[in-house]
Write a protein that binds this ligand. Structure first.
Ligand SMILES: NC(=O)c1ccc[n+]([C@@H]2O[C@H](COP(=O)([O-])OP(=O)(O)OC[C@H]3O[C@@H](n4cnc5c(N)ncnc54)[C@H](OP(=O)(O)O)[C@@H]3O)[C@@H](O)[C@H]2O)c1
Length: 252
């Protein structure tokens, strides 16, 4: 059966890998992001990988009206799988302003809330309003190990942690429709744009040293867990947070 898959943040990193893995199963893929170039490239890669169909929606999910960009796709039928992978640490972004003290704190708390919470909320509530999440479907929110141990400035970690109770409430609300809702919380994942080119070799080695597996996570590690959670063998798994971090949460 061809499933209809919707992935925010599908143009790069973890979201891209999820798109390609669902595409390789012959599913119909919709990816969302703000930049057209990576989305076009991944759309083409999905078709090459075997997708039944692939489309890209350019939308800034920090804005509630961004859901309008998904109306055409939703009109073709509800999504069987919705992955809210869009996110990142706004404090690391090139657009971060040169502020200090309370002004800086106010900016990065607001920006991280918009980037990590509202992008997921607008996607999922927008699709619910469009009646575009299929009965028996799966919803995944992407959190972070930071939600368990902080992120230096608090705001990225705090906004990822906010996704956890949102997922619990969604699992409750959608459970009677047979929809599972789970959170995947990765540790350090290399080969993504998350660090915006700011990952030093020393920090990379430190993060690997915190794992029990002795290696960095890869987008394929996270994607494999997401595909399992959205598959037949996980239909009784809902309202859970699955950490994918090589044991780094245990500390070393
Ligand atoms: N890499 C890690 O070590 C790590 C660890 C734990 C959790 N995570 C989480 O994993 C998820 C995927 O990140 P990644 O590591 O794959 O990094 P990434 O390559 O930077 O991917 C993030 C994606 O989100 C999209 N995005 C960001 N803001 C958006 C917005 N307002 N509207 C629509 N799309 C938006 C970006 O595309 P555009 O810029 O084109 O919009 C990008 O494709 C994120 O939620 C991140 O917080 C990552």
């Amino acid at each position: 059966m061809v499933r209809r898959i919707c992935i925010s943040g599908g143009g790069t990193g973890i979201g891209r890998q999820v798109a390609l893995d669902f595409a390789a199963e012959g599913n119909d893929i919709t990816i969302i992001g703000r930049r057209s170039q990576p989305l076009s490239q991944v759309r083409a890669e999905c078709l090459q990988a075997g997708a039944a169909g692939a489309r890209a929606a350019i939308a800034d999910l920090r804005e509630p009206q961004s859901i309008n960009e998904l109306r055409d796709a939703a009109a073709e039928g509800p999504f069987d799988v919705v992955i809210a992978a869009a996110g990142g640490n706004s404090a690391l972004s090139a657009g971060a302003p040169d502020l200090v003290g309370t002004d800086w704190a106010s900016w990065h708390w607001t920006a991280n809330f918009q980037t990590n919470v509202l992008t997921a909320v607008h996607l999922i509530e927008g699709l619910r309003e469009l009646d575009a999440i299929a009965q028996g479907g799966s919803v995944i929110l992407v959190s972070s190990i930071a939600a368990y141990r902080g992120s230096g400035s608090g705001s990225y970690a705090g906004t990822k942690a906010a996704l956890h109770p949102y997922a619990f409430d969604l699992a409750d609300a959608l459970g009677t429709h047979g929809v599972t809702v789970n959170v995947v919380a990765p540790g350090y994942v290399a080969e993504t744009e998350f660090f915006q080119g700011g990952m030093s070799p020393e920090r990379h080695n430190t993060l690997i040293g915190q794992t029990l597996t002795g290696r960095a996570g890869l987008p394929s590690d996270v994607s494999a867990t997401i595909l399992w959670l959205c598959g037949e063998s996980a239909r009784h798994v809902t309202g859970q947070i699955i950490q994918v971090n090589g044991g780094a949460n245990l500390g070393r």
